[in-house]
Design a protein around this ligand. Structure first.
Ligand code: SF4
Ligand code: SF4
Length: 296
């Protein structure tokens, strides 16, 4: 070939082989920051610490949401249906994120919804700043029925996608694009209305509408490490009243709704509040004061 050295007439030697350094170079910072965030979120969960949870929310909104737009979307579920996976070596951070979401859901339940998802973190952060008197408590019966909407929506969207392969349907069922700061006027009006409703009804999208939350809820049936219950939970309703996700029904935790927010678990471990500990203390005092029986 004209211009090529005589010992390499076709120019093959110009194509340098790709090394791991070439592959990892552009990704390592992303992988390191994502791994650090996921580790922090897990520590905040395992320590059941409210301040650490609030820091996790701030990182989820700022880093995972606005900086990186790392959110599990219904489009990822479409990708699984089509068996269309990103090339692993160029998408290590994505696999880490996706793997963490699936594995943590199987181990603990919807930890992703309770800590990692930027939209969930945003609406849970509203719970912290908005006064309680603004919030409307959805009656239990209505809440139970409304929580089924997300499963219907998931089935409808998946059915629509299988028939049409129209990826853009995601714009009508999830607001996650807002972190990428794009969208039509109609989409922004829709998300503004959703956030306005969220001011008055806690986590309305996550509890009632989110198809990704529904998918993780179904996966949560496999959860290995579930929240413990005492025998006293059969009659006590303190945790049920504490749970803002409608995830406690008498002694039962509804795994599809629970996002492992820790509220009930902190109460459950509180020896001053949880009746389980108070009954143990009462019984031990009774035993201590039992009169000695005369020896016959
Ligand atoms: S329910 Fe949906 S929006 Fe809410 S935290 Fe889970 S994935 Fe995110
Ligand atoms: S209060 Fe308990 S049951 Fe309810 S969502 Fe939080 S961890 Fe789950």
């Amino acid at each position: 070939m004209l211009g090529q050295p005589a010992d390499d007439p076709w120019g093959f030697e110009e194509i340098a082989a790709e090394t791991w350094a070439d592959i990892l170079g552009p990704q390592y910072l992303d992988i390191a920051l994502l791994a650090a965030f996921l580790a922090f979120a897990w520590v905040s969960f395992s320590r059941k610490s409210v301040p650490l949870k609030l820091v996790t929310f701030a990182l989820a909104i700022g880093y995972m949401g606005f900086a990186k737009s790392y959110l599990i979307s219904i489009t990822n579920i479409f990708g699984i249906l089509d068996w269309n996976w990103p090339v692993p070596k160029y998408n290590i951070a994505w696999y880490l994120f996706f793997g963490f979401t699936v594995v943590s859901t199987i181990l603990w339940g919807r930890l992703y919804c309770g800590r990692i998802c930027a939209y969930g973190a945003l609406t849970q952060a509203l719970d912290v700043v908005l006064p309680d008197r603004w919030r409307f408590d959805v009656p239990r019966g209505m809440e139970k029925r409304a929580s089924l909407i997300k499963f219907g929506l998931l089935a409808a969207v998946l059915g629509y996608y299988l028939l049409t392969h129209d990826l853009l349907i995601y714009r009508f069922v999830e607001p996650f694009w807002l972190f990428g700061l794009f969208g039509t006027t109609a989409m922004w009006l829709g998300v503004a209305a959703l956030l306005l409703v969220t001011v008055f009804v806690r986590n309305v999208y996550c509890r009632f509408l989110c198809p990704v939350g529904a998918t993780l809820g179904l996966l949560s049936y496999l959860t290995v490490f579930r929240i413990k219950r005492w025998s006293e939970c059969n009659t006590c309703t303190m945790c049920q009243k504490t749970c803002q996700w409608g995830a406690i029904e008498g002694p039962k935790i509804l795994v599809t709704e629970c996002v492992r927010c820790d509220d009930c678990e902190r109460l459950y471990a509180d020896t001053a509040k949880c009746p389980h500990w108070r009954i143990i203390e009462y019984n031990s005092r009774k035993i201590a004061y039992l009169p000695l029986q005369p020896v016959r």
